[in-house]
Ligand binder design. Structure first.
Ligand SMILES: C[S@@+](CC[C@H](N)C(=O)[O-])C[C@H]1O[C@@H](n2cnc3c(N)ncnc32)[C@H](O)[C@@H]1O
Length: 350
C-alpha cells in the first residue's frame, strides 16, 4: 500500500493519539493498519483503521478481540491457514515418501494405540495415514481452521476411514486443555507457530497417556532443488532470511525460533526416552510433473512472502524459476530435483 494512501487516510488523526500502529498482513503483504491509543491501564482503544482497497470486504478489518487473550494473534490470526488446503494437501502428497517412513516408525512404537491425536492436522493427510497404520486406533484430527477439517473429513470418507477419524476445531494453545489424552500425539510443523513453544510442549506432554509417545516434526534439512551452479547461493540466502525473520518474531508465516532445542523442551516437560530421527525426501531429476508444479508454487509463495526481505536479484531469479513460459523455470528445466530431510523429535510419558 503506498505510504501516501496511509497518510491521506490518517490525515485527520491526532498524532498524539497514536500510541501503537498495528499493521495487518494477508499472505505476507501489508493490507491495512490501525492506530491504537492507550485508554487506561491494560486497556487500549482502536482510534483509526485503514484497509487498502483490494483487501476490503475480505475481513481484514474484522477484530477478534477475545482471541487476543490467548495470544494467538501471533500466528493463526495473521496467517490464513484455511485458504491453504490445496497447498497443504499437495505438500503432504509430495512429501509422503519421507513422512510415511516417519509415521510407520511411530506406529510401530505404539501398536496397541487406542487414540492418536494429530494436533494442527491441517487437511488430515497424516491422520488418515495413522488410521491405516493402526487399525485398532481412533484418530482425532484437531486444527483451528474449520475448512481444513472439512477436507480431513472428506479424505477420511473417501478412504473408508470415517468411522475411525474424528475432527475437532481447537484454538491453540488454549484449546489443548479440552482434548482427550492419547497414546500417540503427532504435531507436525505446528509447535514453531505457537507463541510460547516451551509451554506448548508442556501442554502436549500433559495430554499423553502412560507410555504414550509425543512426536514433534520440527527442523531437518531445508529443501534443495537445483545444482550448486544453477542455485548460485539463492537457497542459502532464502534460509538465512527465514531464520532471521523467525528469530525476530517477524516471519510472515508466524514461525518463531524455539528458546531451546526441541529435545531440551521435551525433557523440561518431564518426558523421557527422548530420541530424534531424520527422514529423507529424495526425488532425483528428472522430477515428475506433480512435484514440479508443487515446487513452482512453493517458490512463488516464498517470493511473495519475502518480497521486502530478499535482494532484487534474488527476486528476479525467483521470477524466472517460476515463470511457466521461461525455459529456465523449474517447470521445464531438466536438472531440477527435490532433496530435503524432516526431523522427528519423540519422547515418552513414563
Ligand atoms: C504448517 S501447517 C501443518 C499441517 C500438517 N500438520 C502438516 O504437517 O502438513 C500448520 C497447521 O497448524 C494449524 N494451526 C497453526 N496455528 C494454530 C493455532 N494457533 N490453533 C489451531 N491450529 C493452528 C493450521 O491451521 C495448519 O493446519
Amino acid at each position: 500500500m503506498p505510504a501516501s494512501a496511509v497518510d491521506e487516510a490518517l490525515a485527520d488523526a491526532s498524532a498524539d493519539d497514536l500510541a501503537v500502529l498495528l499493521i495487518a498482513y494477508r499472505k505476507g503483504v501489508a493490507v491495512g493498519c490501525a492506530g491504537l491509543r492507550r485508554a487506561e491501564a491494560r486497556t487500549g482503544e482502536i482510534t483509526t483503521m485503514y484497509v487498502s482497497p483490494p483487501a476490503r470486504r475480505l475481513g481484514a478489518g474484522r477484530l477478534d478481540a477475545p482471541g487476543q487473550d490467548d495470544r494467538m494473534a501471533h500466528s493463526h490470526d495473521t496467517v490464513d491457514w484455511a485458504e491453504m488446503g490445496p497447498d497443504l494437501i499437495a505438500d503432504a502428497e509430495v512429501n509422503a515418501p519421507m513422512v510415511d517412513q516417519a509415521l510407520g516408525w511411530l506406529a510401530e512404537r505404539v501398536p496397541q494405540a487406542g487414540l492418536v491425536l494429530d494436533v494442527g492436522s491441517g487437511p488430515g493427510v497424516a491422520a488418515a495415514r495413522f488410521a491405516q497404520l493402526l487399525p485398532g486406533a481412533t484418530v482425532l484430527a484437531a486444527d483451528g481452521a474449520a475448512p481444513l477439517l472439512a477436507l480431513a473429513r472428506e479424505r477420511a470418507q473417501r478412504l473408508g476411514l470415517d468411522d475411525r477419524i474424528a475432527t475437532r476445531e481447537v484454538k491453540l494453545p488454549a484449546g489443548l486443555a479440552d482434548l482427550p489424552r492419547a497414546d500417540l500425539i503427532w504435531v507436525s510443523g505446528v509447535a514453531h507457530h505457537l507463541p510460547d513453544p516451551a509451554a506448548g510442549v508442556r501442554a502436549f506432554a500433559d495430554l499423553l497417556r502412560p507410555a504414550g509417545v509425543l512426536a514433534l516434526r520440527e527442523g531437518g534439512l531445508p529443501l534443495q532443488c537445483l545444482p550448486a551452479e544453477a542455485d548460485g547461493g539463492l537457497t542459502a540466502r532464502i534460509n538465512a532470511v527465514d531464520i532471521a525473520l523467525a528469530r525476530d518474531h517477524a516471519h510472515p508465516m508466524g514461525a518463531i525460533i524455539a528458546p531451546r532445542s526441541w529435545p531440551e523442551l521435551l525433557a523440561e516437560a518431564g518426558l523421557t526416552g527422548i530420541e530424534s530421527r531424520s527422514f529423507l525426501l529424495d526425488l532425483p531429476a528428472p522430477l515428475p510433473e506433480a512435484p514440479r508444479r508443487h515446487l513452482a508454487r512453493m517458490l512463488r509463495h516464498t517470493r511473495e512472502l519475502l518480497t521486502g526481505h530478499l535482494p532484487a536479484d534474488d527476486l528476479a531469479r525467483l521470477d524466472v524459476l517460476t515463470d511457466p513460459d521461461h525455459p529456465e523455470s523449474v517447470l521445464h528445466r531438466a536438472d531440477v530435483f527435490m532433496l530435503r530431510a524432516a526431523t522427528i523429535h519423540t519422547a515418552v510419558r513414563a
